[in-house]
Every structure is written in structure tokens, then in C-alpha cells.
Design a protein around this ligand. Structure first.
Ligand code: UGA
Length: 431
């Protein structure tokens, strides 16, 4: 099938590349000319394991092309995926300016039948608006359908998640749209759930908010564990063995970040408010998330007493491992607050230093390795659980530090082992 993707970011590019990988012919367009140039040269403008390989492979095979206008996308694809950003507005709601602009472009270019699919995370009822905008701006009588097919991929495992999703949700209002999307996804071995458009839109926000809620729940339990002298890892393990709860997303730490959860929880709360429902639970989720970060910064202050003038090593800056994305990264927030308190922060991240430098600027010294960051440090903070930190030679780390203290924001290290090596060690929700 011929498919067009409008927007080649963290959502659009894996979607396009994986549809090509499954045999479809895909055209990706983007308003950012530099991005298109990079993609044409076989370079993915952000770090996502495995993505560059499948982009190159499918481009070579002639199934994946980049460039052109939104009108070209409409001319080429029987299915057109809208994958443009929906950034947060000041009041927490989602800014749908890009969605609206793309819808108008699609309308003007519409000739034969097209299926327009929302793939970006959007508030419930966006599909209605997209349809209304296209109807308004298209020539009278143009034939099209709108559908919602939310993505559930995680950064860092976007390729695997897109090729082998837990489920494929198709929000449709016509049989024709359903049949086209079923055909499109036939080469994917995943359960398909067909719903109306509004339910599909809600599934995405409801899922992300629920996952964020799980994280905040366990972070609240971690705070309790710290007071009571219990171990949050044991508590989470015991909870997770109940199949109704499940073991995933119960890792306590410094809170959730990234371009999705913070924005989506806020947007969902705002959507509920607009619809006349008070979803106070989601405000609590956000409050607990903020508190997880505050508590960690307080721990650093307790450990150092005076932060000003101290040297602090920061291990990890991305919002989670296997990505160079620092949007809403709690690691960056922690570093920025400590730098603001007068600490000399020496930071290292395997991939995200370039992105982090744009946010943190000269307030932080960027180092070439975790060991280098630890040199002369009064304490080291584990902020993102990159696998390579598990291979750190902690004996050498201890020797280069001014004082061997590790504050672990992700419960990454084994407390006994680290203490045996002579470190003062504190983590989250563990004695
Ligand atoms: C999230 C969802 O997991 C995807 O299903 C969804 O498609 C995506 O948002 C999206 O809306 O596009 P992502 O933001 O890539 O994916 O990252 P996650 O793996 O969900 O992690 C989010 C944050 O939660 C990270 O900061 C991570 O460190 C934190 N987290 C996660 C915890 O603190 N504890 C956990 O147990 C799990």
C-alpha cells in the first residue's frame, strides 16, 4: 500500500520505517528541510537503537522515501498519517496548531479518496475537528475518512515496539477505513482492537496517564518505605506478583520525565476539566512526581550539608536510557537545581550530552566518561540507568572521588556491594 507520513519525529519516523519494513511503500515529509536532508543521507537526527539500520535498508530497497510537501504526501498515500507535535500550552492543554495546519493542507490537496489517520497523541474529539476542517477547506464532495491509530511505542525501543506492538488500536467510523487499516496492518502479528474514533483517542491518554499513575504510586510507596525502614523493591516485587497488578512500571526513582508522560497527564487533566469532569487523581500523580524529584535534591543537600562550592558527579542526563532525548528529563532538572545552588556539576551521559548542553549551557562541565565525571567529586548521582554504568569499575571511581558517596536516583546499584567497596550509599525507598 502507498502510505504517507507527515512529520518525521520520534513517532512518524519509526512508524514510516516499520511500515516500509513490512513491505509498504512509504513517503515521509517534514517541514524541517535539515531533517529531510539528513534522512536522505541515511542519518536519523536523533538516537534510537536500530532505527537507522531499518531506515537505510528500506531506503535502499526503494520502499522508503523522504521529502516533498504535504500536498505531495496527499498525492502519494492512500493512507496519510499525521505525526506532527502536539506540544503543551501554558494551561496544560495540548496545542493543536500543527494538526490544524496539516489538516488544511490535506484538504486543499485532496482529489481522490484518502484515509487520514491521527497518530500523534491528541485530545479526545480531535478527530471530529480534523474532519470538520477538511470538510470546510476541501472542494465540495471530496471523499475521505478520518481515523485514529495511536502509537504506543517507547523511545529507546521504538523499532521493536512498532514492529511487535502489544495491540493495534483502530478508531474508525466507516467500514472502508477499517478494512484499509486492517490490510495495512495485516503483516503485523498483533491483536487488533477496533473502536470508534473518540474511544481510540481516549485509550492513548488513558494508558499513558495510568502508567504515570503507577510510577507515582510506587514513588509514594518509596517515600513511605523510607520513613518506615522498608524496602520498596521488595514491596514492588510482592505487588507485581499479583497478575492483576503486574510487575512493570513499578520502579521507584526520581520521577517520570520525557516528552510524553508529563505532557499527557497534564493534557488529560485539562481535557477532563473541559468536559466538566474533575480528574483530581491526575493532579495528585503530578504532585507526587514533582515530590520525587524534590526529595532526591533534598537528599543531596542532607548529604553535603552545604551544596555551594561542592563538586558533584552526575551520571546520566537523558530522561531514560537508550535515548538522547532530554525533554522534561528529571536528571537535567536535578542537575540544573544543584548548579543553581552553587554546585560544580561534572556530568556524563553516553548519548545525551549534546542535547543536554543546549539546556544546561555552561553551568555544567561535560565529561567524556563516568569515571572522569567522578574526579574530585564530593558525591556522585546516578540519574539515568544506562546499562554501561553497571560496568563501572567502582574501585577506581572511589579512588578518584574526593569523598566516596553515591546517591542512586534509580535504585540501580546493589547497596551491599557498593557499601562493601567503602561508599556511603543512599537510594530511593531502600534502607
Ligand atoms: C511512553 C509510553 O511508555 C509509551 O507507551 C507511549 O507510546 C509513549 O510514552 C508516547 O506517548 O509516545 P516513553 O516516554 O518513551 O514512552 O518512555 P517510558 O519508557 O514510558 O518512560 C517514561 C518515564 O518514566 C521515564 O522518565 C522513565 O525513567 C520513567 N519510569 C518508567 C519510571 O520512573 N519508573 C518506571 O517503572 C518506568
Amino acid at each position: 500500500m502507498n502510505v504517507s507520513i507527515i512529520g518525521t519525529g520520534h513517532v512518524g519516523l519509526p512508524t514510516g520505517a516499520c511500515l516500509a519494513e513490512r513491505g509498504h511503500h512509504v513517503l515521509c515529509v517534514d517541514s524541517d528541510a535539515a531533517k529531510i536532508r539528513a534522512l536522505r543521507a541515511g542519518r536519523v537526527p536523533f538516537y534510537e537503537p536500530g532505527l537507522e539500520e531499518i531506515v537505510r535498508r528500506n531506503a535502499r530497497a526503494g520502499r522508503l522515501r523522504f521529502g516533498g510537501s504535504n500536498a505531495d504526501a496527499v498525492a502519494f498515500g492512500k493512507v496519510i498519517f499525521i505525526c506532527v507535535p502536539t506540544p503543551p500550552r501554558g494551561d496544560g492543554g495540548a496545542d493543536l496548531t500543527y494538526i490544524e495546519a496539516v489538516s488544511r493542507d490535506i484538504a486543499r490537496a485532496l482529489a481522490d479518496y484518502r484515509l487520514i489517520v491521527e497518530r500523534s497523541t491528541v485530545p479526545v474529539r480531535t478527530g471530529e475537528h480534523v474532519k470538520a476542517v477538511i470538510t470546510k477547506y476541501a472542494r465540495a464532495g471530496r471523499d475521505f475518512d478520518v481515523a485514529s491509530n495511536p502509537e504506543f511505542l517507547r523511545e529507546g525501543s521504538a523499532v521493536g515496539d512498532t514492529l511487535n506492538p502489544d495491540r493495534i488500536v483502530l478508531g474508525v467510523e466507516t467500514r472502508r477505513a477499517e478494512m484499509i487499516l486492517r490490510e495495512l496492518y495485516a503483516p503485523f502479528k498483533a491483536p487488533i482492537l477496533v473502536t470508534d474514533i473518540k474511544s481510540a483517542e481516549l485509550i492513548k491518554h488513558a494508558s499513558n496517564s495510568f502508567l504515570a499513575l503507577k510510577i507515582s504510586y510506587i514513588n509514594a510507596i518509596a517515600a513511605l518505605c523510607e520513613k518506615a525502614g522498608a524496602n520498596v523493591l521488595e514491596v514492588a516485587r510482592g505487588m507485581g506478583m499479583d497478575r492483576r497488578i503486574g510487575p512493570h512500571f513499578l520502579n521507584a526513582g526520581i520521577g517520570y520525565g520525557g516528552s510524553c508522560f508529563p505532557k499527557d497527564v497534564a493534557a488529560f487533566e485539562a481535557i477532563a476539566r473541559d468536559l466538566g469532569c474533575d480528574f483530581g487523581l491526575l493532579r495528585e500523580v503530578q504532585r507526587i512526581n514533582q515530590e520525587a524529584c524534590d526529595r532526591f535534591v533534598k537528599k543531596v543537600e542532607q548529604e553535603l550539608w552545604i551544596v555551594k562550592g561542592k563538586t558533584i558527579a552526575a551520571w546520566g542526563l537523558s530522561f531514560k536510557p537508550d535515548t538522547d532525548d532530554v525533554r522534561e528529563s528529571v536528571a537535567v532538572k536535578v542537575v540544573s537545581r544543584l548548579a543553581g545552588l552553587g554546585a560544580r556539576v561534572r556530568a556524563y551521559d553516553p548519548r545525551a550530552a549534546g542535547e543536554a548542553r543546549r539546556v544546561l549551557g555552561r553551568s555544567v562541565t561535560f565529561c567524556g566518561s563516568a569515571l572522569e565525571a567522578a574526579r574530585g567529586a564530593d558525591c556522585a548521582l546516578l540519574l539515568t540507568e544506562w546499562e554501561e554504568f553497571g560496568r563501572l569499575d567502582l574501585r577506581r571511581v572511589r579512588r578518584v572521588m574526593a569523598h566516596p558517596t553515591i546517591l542512586d536516583g534509580r535504585n540501580f546499584f546493589d547497596p551491599e556491594k557498593v557499601r562493601e567497596l567503602g561508599f556511603t550509599y543512599r537510594s530511593v525507598g531502600r534502607p
